[in-house]
Write a protein that binds this ligand. Structure first.
Ligand code: GLN
Ligand code: ZN
Length: 786
């Protein structure tokens, strides 16, 4: 079938590609440079080779709008900070080109040591601070937060976009440079002075962007991809005005340059009017997260506007059903003409692994349902070919795609009637504890007999080089199962005895047997697959390999009970059972796109519920269910929060509610913003929650105070993100602050998070001090009561 206004082709875009290299080449080059083993030119050579390979790969796979400036040595937001010269004073930059080491100082702190990280992978610099880091929208990619000062000035301080455009051109590629749009850039930033509104800096910022665009245009660029993902957020009138000012300015200053205004991670929603009136040449839509916007946009967009149709999932690893996509796309192309559409992933391919072909160990069925960046590019060009030349031209490929989708839909590896039946049989009383907290509390206190202000830790103890080496050797088959187990047991025993010695009240086993708090469980549950090279950038040189949740989840056998039993057998003190919660397992995995997230979460919850029951049956009186990632699953739009929080909380309750009143359920969350989700935290109804608070000096407990949080709570008194050993006085002071906000009977004493990223030399004195602080305050309280 042929369409009107057909030029015979439909352009294919990628919007951005993974930077890290198929074999993590960038990580190796960065670490060699940071450790002083290589010099800057070696690093920059590797970077240039990776870019060239990326361009060549895209060209070979039929990508027509090949991006440039999507590469970054560390982070594209940091690149933008440097481009516009928004370098905070502390880094000592005085103008001119920004040295590489200044760039890395902002990324990692100026001592250049290994970035410090808490147990879930967020980095925190030691000593001289790096810029703050936070999550890029709802992804697991972290960007460096721009920091603006009063009187902030901007100046062109890096020509990276122009340099990389020219570099590509010299290699024979006409690219479409990618820039982070000025409005999103400002909105992602933070002003040190809270009275400064970053958007008020727009007028100063635009000329710098204008200069970059002018130079790109002068070098030969025809199109620019201008990323404004803030368009999928709830925006106020001031932001709409800022967008209008920005794109009006560009249209006026550079009337010939074409901008592809790009938003992703959601629909435009109530920002659609604003977006459609901007004087840009193209508009990219995320049609995976928000497929329904296609119809309205294609009807309302002015005739000349090029629509970039983001139909291939840039956030997930599933192969698309191409014939089905064509059904939706053909009418749009017919209406608008092939000259005014492009085919694209929903967002940059940065967020998916690079090449499925490297995965030789995957189940062949599962593998046939997947597509990584390379395979997604192939899908894009098949779609574009079919749209321009008709389906017959690529009939064979379309049939394979449709057949894979059918096979996945019918596979017994994905759909398990037993799991569906169990889920169908969940009754309301399964998401409720037997008695209200007051009653449980009495039963627990009688059973446990703990002192006031009980002391404990969050679960993990230092993962020393020895531990990591033993695990690696075991994985490679160099260390036998028996020898590895003996090693881990010895480490565990020693850690337990040490906890007894220093007088902690509730002990943990240390988690030495675990590689990662999600992977450890995913590997033991059915329904999950793991890749060998499926790395995705989390931040800088830190990459993760998320588990792939492909099917109905079940637990073939207990996952942690033997280790718990062993740990409890070496001590008289209570040993916490330690598991990861369903919401966190879900949020840190690639998840199914054939069932709602909520359903997948409930399946995991049922499996975890069985684990909780088995731990209880084995004798565990306390079970901690970590929900480190509950908050980060919050939807980008506020209107969708309640739905998410409802099923997330109910999944937690489903896994936690099967126990007797006297069994104490703990949960842990390693962040500190609770104000806006405190109702949900209350609704989880954990008997004890431990949270991060030490860095904010307990002020973050205010949410719990205002809410009148009734259950027990362990506000972290020891900031595990820093190597500093807090003194007894400091921790007493923090605890005293906590008692101003919560009743002393509610309080537990613990660190902020797990200790696995710390050194024993730091952990030992810190916990000794923590116990001393608790004891001192205990006796003060006892005295006051007399
Ligand atoms: N129990 C886990 C640990 O201590 C919790 C980690 C986390 O919250 N990120 O390592
Ligand atoms: Zn934590």
């Amino acid at each position: 079938m042929n369409f009107p206004h057909s030029s015979g082709t439909v352009p294919v875009s990628t919007l951005g590609t993974p930077r890290i290299g198929p074999r993590r080449e960038l990580k190796a080059a960065l670490e060699a440079y940071w450790s002083g083993k290589t010099d800057a030119s070696a690093l920059l050579d590797t970077a240039a080779r990776l870019r060239a390979a990326n361009w060549a790969r895209q060209k070979a796979l039929g990508v027509t709008n090949i991006p440039s400036n999507d590469f970054s040595l560390y982070d594209h937001v940091l690149d933008t900070v440097v481009m516009v010269g928004a370098i905070p004073q502390a880094y000592g930059w005085t103008g001119g080109p920004v040295p590489l080491d200044t760039y890395f100082a902002m990324a990692r702190g100026s001592q250049g040591g290994e970035p410090d990280a808490c147990a879930h992978g967020h980095g925190h610099s030691q000593g001289v601070p790096a810029l703050e880091m936070t999550k890029w929208f709802d992804t697991n990619y972290h960007y460096m937060v721009p920091e603006f000062a009063a009187g902030q000035r901007f100046a062109l301080a890096s020509t990276k976009p122009v340099d990389e455009y020219r570099e590509a051109k010299a290699l024979g590629y006409q690219t479409r440079p990618v820039l982070l749009g000025p409005v999103t850039f400002l909105k992602l930033g933070k002003a040190k002075d809270p009275s400064l509104d970053p958007l008020s800096l727009l007028g100063n910022l635009l000329p710098v962007y204008g200069e970059v665009l002018r130079r790109l245009s002068a070098s030969g660029a025809e199109w620019i991809q201008m990323d404004e993902p803030c368009l999928v957020l709830d925006l106020d009138a001031a932001t709409h005005a800022a967008l209008k000012e920005t794109y009006g300015f560009f249209a006026h200053a550079l009337p010939k340059l074409k901008l592809m205004l790009t938003s992703y991670f959601g629909g435009l929603g109530d920002n659609l009017d604003a977006a459609l009136t901007l004087p840009v040449a193209g508009l990219h839509l995320d049609l995976v997260r928000a497929p329904n916007q296609l119809r309205e946009v294609s009807e309302r967009a002015r005739a000349g506007l090029v629509l970039s149709l983001g139909v291939i999932d840039g956030r997930n690893v599933w192969r698309a059903n191409l014939p089905k996509l064509l059904d939706a796309l053909e009418p749009v192309v017919r209406r608008r003409g092939t000259d005014h559409v492009e085919i694209a992933p929903s967002c940059s391919l940065l967020h998916v692994p690079i090449d499925l072909e490297l995965e030789t160990g995957l189940d062949p069925d599962v593998k046939s349902w997947l597509a990584f960046a390379v395979q997604k590019m192939d899908e894009l060009s098949i779609l574009a070919t079919a749209l321009a030349g008709g389906r017959e031209v690529v009939m064979g490929k379309l049939m394979v795609s449709g057949a894979a989708a059918d096979a996945r839909g019918a596979s017994a590896k994905v759909h398990r009637p037993d799991v569906a039946m169990r889920l169908g049989a969940v009754t309301p009383d399964m998401v409720r504890r037997q008695s209200p907290f007051e009653v449980r509390r009495a039963a627990q206190h009688e059973k446990l007999g703990l002192p006031a202000l009980p002391t404990t830790t969050i679960g993990s103890f230092p993962q020393t080089t020895d531990v990591r080496k033993a695990r690696a050797a075991h994985a490679k088959g160099e260390l036998s199962d028996a020898a590895y187990e003996a090693f881990v047991k010895e480490e565990t025993t020693r850690t337990i005895h040490w906890q007894e010695e220093i007088g902690l009240d509730v002990l943990v086993h240390g988690e030495f047997e675990r590689n990662d708090m999600v992977q450890y469980f995913g590997e033991q549950l059915s329904g999950f697959a793991f890749t060998r090279y499926g790395w995705v950038q989390s931040y800088g040189s830190r990459y993760v390999r998320p588990p792939i949740l492909f099917g109905d989840v079940a637990r073939p056998k207990p996952m942690t009970v033997d280790w718990w039993r062993y740990a409890q057998s070496v001590t008289q003190k209570p040993m916490k059972g330690m598991i990861t919660g369903p919401v966190t397992i879900l949020n840190w995995s690639f998840v199914r796109d054939d069932v709602p997230r909520s359903l997948a979460c409930r399946q995991i919850a049922l499996a975890i519920r069985d684990e909780v029951a088995d731990l209880e049956a084995a004798g565990a009186a306390m079970i901690q269910i970590d929900e480190a990632a509950l908050r980060e699953g919050l939807p980008l739009r506020k209107a969708e929060w309640t739905t998410y929080l409802d099923w997330a909380v109910s999944s937690f309750r489903l896994c936690a509610s099967g126990v007797a009143d006297a069994t104490q359920i703990h949960t842990h969350m390693c962040y500190s913003e609770f104000n806006d989700i405190i109702d949900a935290i209350g609704a989880m109804d954990a008997d004890v929650i431990s949270i991060e608070t030490s860095r904010s000096k307990m002020e973050l407990l205010d949410a719990f105070k205002t809410y009148k949080y009734p259950n027990e709570i362990g506000p972290g008194v020891y900031d595990i993100h820093s190597p500093r050993v807090p003194s007894v006085e400091e921790m007493i002071d923090l605890l005293a602050k906590a008692t101003q906000r919560l009743a002393p009977e509610q309080l537990w004493v613990n660190p902020d998070c797990g200790l696995k990223t710390r050194q024993w030399e730091e952990v030992r004195p810190a916990l000794v001090n923590m116990v001393a602080a608790a004891r001192r305050l205990r006796s003060d309280l006892a005295e006051a009561a007399e």
